[in-house]
Design a protein around this ligand. Sequence first.
Ligand code: SF4
Ligand code: SF4
Length: 145
Amino acid sequence: MAQEVFWRSKTLQQMTPQEWESLCDGCALCCLHKVEDEDTQEVFYTTVVCHLLDFDTCRCTRYEDRCTLVPDCVKLTPKDVDEFHWLPPTCAYRLVHEGQDLPEWHPLVSGDPLSAVEAGVSVLNVYEVRDDQITEDELVDYVID
Ligand code: SF4
Ligand code: SF4
């Protein structure tokens, strides 16, 4: 009998560090800036992306130092799963947490590390400007409806 793949057979908390890392599909949608409504705590995505993104590979140029260089950069951990509702609906961590399967363009399914980019579901198809091209006050002008 074929063995069940780990993202269906394990919870996020049961995954090894390697499995956890491999779950990221490389979409970089979480590298878009977000704004929070102070009254409702609702989170809205913008089309403003972090300046540390590599626009050819759709990967972080400073992954190891990201949290130091960009204090807003979010490092996902298994302890935070209850907060994952703010992640993009296609994010693999959110999908697994919500009991859904991975899409066919996910690198773990396709076998191609760039398949999210090639499928047109990455931040490269969404962003309008880098955060070092606008002022902080202008961020709200880029909220995605
Ligand atoms: S949104 Fe999720 S899957 Fe996409 S890059 Fe961020 S953590 Fe990885
Ligand atoms: S520091 Fe890297 S991982 Fe963090 S938001 Fe910027 S590009 Fe994305």
